[in-house]
Ligand binder design. Structure first.
Ligand code: GLN
Length: 487
């Protein structure tokens, strides 16, 4: 097992490591963005060949950008709240003129004509993009093994997976290849890899962050969010990327989230819910950490209350109808006509079939077939229609639970990081990784994973904090208290 504290110590002796500290130092002219970026690039050079967090490292662009930021500071201008902060982007976020692959062969050779809104906002805030990170193809998976470009490895133990689908983004932060990163979360793809890699990962309220330029998987479920080493860094990043965007019709009509100012407010008097009918499946080491989390919050002045969310356990089933149904529609555009790969064939229909057969991997094909079936005439009501009704029941149950509790705690992942290949041939066991994360995608409520000590084999465990829609601030406050108890 490799020791990630090595890199952090190097970081400390060479300059600030947290995004909050980097931004403060660069903005105040104490540290040069160019030096910050060089330090991260050196770490990438040293370990990326073992980890494979990136599909693409943008070293030259990062250096240029850092120099431009330093120029701003030298003439007395403020580059913004993320000045000099290195960021890695999940490779399903569009970057103008820079390949965006979704870790799929089907997008080979395609470069987006525009930047995702989150990318524009990060740049406007002074951040420096260092690369595009690996993912499960089209964000379908929980281990990053479904990438067409080979798996990412967990920096804590390179024989193990980093989780998925945003495994590259989680690993990039854990290995200190970037101060923060962005991922997307459709059923747990930020929170589960965050848990497995021992970093903070947050999925904000649906609509808080623009999805414009995020290549869609399940549009009613997808949200973009940050990975970071600290709760404060995740909050800072989320503030920069959130807020209304007229380019996304599901974007909430409100300004950026207000998080960093409230992080120290504590949990005194807060009602923290324990879900008594949570589906079984978490391993004993994870259960144990969850108990310690409840104790920690109680000791910090919170009241622990029992709540029931009976429909929670149907989340996975409903999700595996709704998400594939939306994916089968969203991925219909990749047919060899406008984007990426085209496999020539005698007629148009044969060209579509040849392109999709060649371009998509096995899991993506499985989802497209599942979704097409769930939406097909004669089965629509029995599958997709019913799943929507279950989605409503889950939302009702959570609403009732939130009458009695301000936040809820669950495990983020049922287990610590598993070995590469462990679940690769058994889709159902892979799907079960998201038992605890999926419900909040179905409801649109915010949820985050905060590292909370270690479980079996000394591997990281994440505790999930859930809150009602638009209460991201309370969720972050709770996470900050948990973080304070282990750091
Ligand atoms: N692991 C889940 C899936 O495969 C969730 C993926 C995600 O959140 N993008 O669908």
């Amino acid at each position: 097992m490799s020791d990630t504290s090595d890199t952090s110590q190097t970081g400390t002796s060479n300059g600030p490591t947290s995004a909050t500290d980097i931004a403060w130092n660069v903005r105040n002219g104490v540290v040069k963005a160019a030096d910050v970026v060089e330090r991260f690039l050196t770490t990438i050079d040293a370990r990326e060949s073992d980890i494979h967090a990136f599909n693409l490292v943008l070293a030259d662009a990062a250096r240029e950008r850092a120099a431009a930021i330093d120029d701003l500071v030298s003439v007395g201008r403020d580059p913004g709240p993320l000045a000099g902060v290195t960021v890695a982007l999940k490779d399903n976020l569009c970057t103008r003129g820079i390949p965006t692959t979704c870790s799929s062969k089907i997008l080979e050779g395609w470069t987006p004509p525009y930047d995702a809104t989150v990318v524009t906002r990060l740049r406007d805030a002074g951040a420096v993009v260092v690369g595009k990170t690996n993912l499960d193809e089209f964000a379908m998976g929980s281990s990053t093994e479904n990438s067409a470009f080979g798996p990412t490895r967990n920096p804590h133990d390179t024989t193990r997976v980093p989780g998925g689908s945003s495994g590259g983004s989680a690993a990039a932060v854990a290995a200190r290849f970037a101060a923060v990163s962005l991922g997307s979360d459709t059923g747990g793809s930020i929170r589960q890899p965050a848990a497995l890699c021992g970093v903070v990962g947050a999925k904000p309220t649906y609509g808080a962050v623009s999805r414009l330029g995020l290549i869609a998987f399940g549009s009613s479920l997808d949200q973009i969010g940050p990975f970071a080493h600290t709760v404060a860094d995740a909050a800072l990043t989320l503030e920069a990327i959130s807020g209304h965007d007229p380019g996304d019709s599901t974007s909430i009509q409100q300004g950026p989230l207000d998080l960093t100012r409230q992080l120290d407010f504590g949990v005194a008097g807060l009602r923290v819910g324990r879900i008594t009918d949570l589906p079984a499946g978490a391993s004993p080491d994870v259960e144990e950490r969850l108990e310690v989390a409840f104790d920690t919050l109680r000791a910090a002045g919170a009241e622990i209350v029992d709540v029931e969310v009976p429909a929670f356990s149907y989340g996975l089933t409903a999700y595996y109808l709704i998400a594939p149904a939306e994916a089968s529609s969203n991925l219909a555009r990749f047919d060899g006509v406008r984007f990426g790969l085209r496999v020539d064939a005698p007629d148009t229909n044969a060209m579509y079939a040849a392109t999709r057969t060649e371009g998509f991997g096995a899991e993506v094909k499985r989802r497209i077939m599942l979704g097409t079936y769930a939406l097909s005439a004669g089965y629509y009501d029995a599958y997709y229609g019913r799943a929507l009704k279950v989605r409503r029941l889950i939302a009702n149950d959570f609403a009732a639970a939130y009458e009695r509790a301000d936040v809820l705690l669950t495990p983020a992942s049922p287990t610590v990081a598993f070995e590469l290949g462990d679940k690769a041939s058994d889709p159902l066991s892979m799907y079960l990784c998201d038992t605890y994360t999926i419900p909040s995608n179905l409801t649109g409520d915010p949820a985050m994973s905060v590292p909370f000590g270690t479980g079996d084999l000394g591997l990281p465990v994440g505790v999930q904090v859930l809150a009602p829609a638009l209460h991201d601030d309370v969720m972050f406050r709770t996470a900050a208290v948990l973080e304070g108890a282990v750091s």
